[in-house]
Design a protein around this ligand. Structure first.
Ligand code: ADP
Ligand code: MG
Length: 306
């Protein structure tokens, strides 16, 4: 843990180290920790923090015209400073395709997800006629649970008016992300957004469009592979989940995380960097950063805030 000026709280998230500064700002250091099925895996993935932070920063910038967001500056490749918001207790998941958890639910025979009816006759990775919203609760501990819009409103987790606004924002940001991905030969398959509030105004918070919060496919050959019933080429954390599942781990109690050899760890790191380069169009520069450097750069950036 770093010691930053005016630090009033510290929260160690699964992936991010979150420093509250003077009760109103956040300094968020994105670690190399990797989580899957809501469990932090035993070994860090080199440069993963830098990958996530830089992708998120680029997309937050690119969606500012749609919704204000929490980001103020990125003093380091792996850290962002921004405003602290009152968070809404839901994660807004939006899916353009029948993939991952949605597919696993569909395959089990269900034709409804989070209160949204699912069309008959779909195959894995088929596109939905319209992107669907499948929110989850934001659990403080343990697994996030699927929830419907009706339940969110009935339980008073979010007011009806605000929830409708969150839905509108979610669709608009996803649309923008989809267009930006398409320019890079990628399909933004699904993603999740988190929102916060300051003085009645809604902000986009957290990371967006990163491989941890989103799935991407390669556009080229997508239709062909679908027609032939072949697997899609994924650029996302799904390959980590698949590797875990193949080795008997689905985050259920009593299951052990399979051994992460150097080969596995470096393979995952390479995939994150590959994803960075595809998504941003920039060459990735590996920048090892020391704790002293982090403390110095963050302190300097925080000092210039007021
Ligand atoms: N601007 C913000 N204001 C308040 N909380 C935020 C903001 N941006 C992100 N967060 C929260 O910071 C945490 C980021 O750390 P993360 O590693 O994702 O933790 P978690 O294990 O809780 O998902 C999340 O809980 C996220 O909701
Ligand atoms: Mg999180």
């Amino acid at each position: 843990m770093l010691q930053l000026p005016n630090q009033t709280a510290f929260y160690k998230g699964k992936v991010r180290d979150v420093y509250t500064i003077a009760d109103k700002y956040l300094a968020m250091v994105v670690s190399d920790r990797i989580s899957a099925f809501d469990v932090v895996l035993p070994r860090p993935i080199p440069f993963k923090g830098q990958v996530l932070n830089q992708i998120a920063a680029q997309y937050l910038k690119a969606t500012e015209d749609i919704i204000p967001n929490w980001m103020i500056s990125t003093p380091l490749p792996n850290a962002t400073i921004g405003v602290k918001c009152e968070t809404y207790p839901v994660e807004m998941v939006i899916r353009g395709y029948l993939t991952g958890h949605a597919w696993r639910t569909y395959k089990s025979g269900k034709r409804e997800l989070c209160g949204v009816p699912l069309p008959e006759g779909m195959k894995e990775n088929d596109k939905f006629p319209e992107p669907i919203l499948t929110p989850t609760t934001k659990a403080h501990e343990g697994h996030d649970e699927d929830i419907s819009r009706e339940e969110i409103i009935a339980q008073g987790l979010v007011s009806k008016e605000e929830y409708e606004q969150l839905e509108k924002y979610t669709r608009a940001i996803f649309q923008r992300g989809t267009e930006m991905a398409a320019e890079r030969g990628l399909i933004l398959v699904d993603t999740k957004y988190e929102f916060g509030n300051i003085d009645g105004k809604i902000y986009l918070i957290d990371e967006i469009h990163t491989p941890d919060s989103s799935r991407y496919f390669y556009s080229e050959g997508f239709e062909d592979r679908q027609a032939k019933g072949e697997a899609q080429k994924q650029l996302s954390k799904e390959f980590v989940r698949e590797w875990l599942m193949e080795n008997g781990f689905q985050g259920k109690e009593g299951q052990a995380v399979p051994e992460m050899t150097d080969e596995v760890v470096n393979g995952i790191s390479d995939r994150y960097i590959e994803l960075y380069e595809h998504v941003t169009g920039n060459k990735f520069v590996k920048e090892p950063i020391s704790e002293q450097e982090m403390t110095a750069k963050l302190s300097e950036a925080l000092a210039s805030l007021n």
